[in-house]
Ligand binder design. Structure first.
Ligand code: AMP
Length: 279
């Protein structure tokens, strides 16, 4: 497995890899867990070559967020990627991705004005910009992304359509710990009692499904029930919303494909999770 920092080297490498068939690409911020690795494994299965990027993208962090403390362990990540059969890891520096004079941004509009976009202004501008840059650098045919970051996935799928990119986004299921907590690099911030509290996210989503199954269609009532159980467990709610899976706009009446979206703080750690109301 090759680890490459240089942008022009990766560019020419990817163009020559594409002569062997489709190129799969998995963008990550590193500190890999089974959620990331599931994307890599799927790409390795579906493409003759897979490139994984590891880049903690400064432009998607707000001024009071965890850019400096975001967990990093390149050596361990490289070992895991090698085991999964990824051939190439791209690890650019912030200085090469955002050199002096950098001035061009991709600014998603309506889809980025709700949910995480409200509490993290500028976040999706940073995400869309870096992902477009990475797609341009790799010229990937297929890009693998997790449903864990549902809003991000939706915004990037729209970007691919709107900007006529020749890259298909493949959405991959959420990988959870054995007790149900969605895997996330940020779970490493949780102390043992916050880790227990954080399970209320998954339990809340299951409860929403159960209510829907029993015939409840009023999103307000579903949200109230879940809100209470998460708050009782010690979580501080950023948002809980039932949304249309395409527009991401809040809905009042629940349907099978309505997406329940959650962002909750446990201590200082903000976690997100989501689920469709019907399995
Ligand atoms: P990140 O390193 O957090 O930027 O995530 C990189 C990619 O991994 C994104 O497409 C995420 O949606 C995906 N991902 C993160 N956690 C999970 C998970 N638990 N299950 C599936 N995909 C995930």
């Amino acid at each position: 497995m090759q680890i490459i920092q240089d942008i022009s080297l990766v560019k020419s490498l990817c163009r020559s890899l594409k002569q062997e068939g489709s190129l799969g690409f998995v963008p990550t911020m590193g500190y890999l867990h089974e959620g990331h690795l599931s994307l890599v494994k799927q790409s390795v299965k579906e493409n003759p070559n897979t490139v994984v990027s590891i880049f903690v993208n400064p432009s998607q962090f707000g001024p009071n967020e965890d850019l400096a403390t975001y967990p990093r362990d390149l050596e361990r990540d490289a070992g895991l990627l090698k085991e999964c059969g990824a051939g190439y890891v791209f690890t650019p520096t912030a200085q090469t991705m955002y050199p002096d004079g950098f001035d061009t941004w991709v600014v998603p509009d309506k889809l980025a004005s709700v949910l995480c976009g409200k509490s993290r202004p500028g976040h999706f501008r940073g995400v869309a910009t870096i992902v477009l840059k990475l797609i341009n650098i790799t010229a990937a045919d297929h890009m693998y992304m997790g449903l864990k970051d549902y809003q991000q996935l939706r915004i990037l799928k729209q970007m691919v359509i709107d900007l006529h990119l020749d890259c298909e986004i493949v959405a991959c299921p959420i990988v959870r710990e054995s007790d149900g907590l969605a895997m996330s690099s940020r779970n490493s911030y949780l102390n043992p009692s916050e880790r227990k509290q954080a399970l209320s996210l998954y339990h809340g989503l299951l409860k929403a499904r159960e209510l829907f199954e029993q015939g409840e269609r009023d999103c307000g009532r579903i949200i109230e029930t879940i809100k209470k159980s998460i708050q009782d467990s010690g979580g501080r709610i950023d948002y809980i919303e039932c949304v249309n899976p395409l527009s991401l706009q809040s809905v009042q009446e629940a349907e099978a494909d309505t997406r329940m979206m959650l962002a909750v703080y446990f201590g200082k750690t903000r976690l997100i999770d989501n689920m469709a109301l019907k399995a």
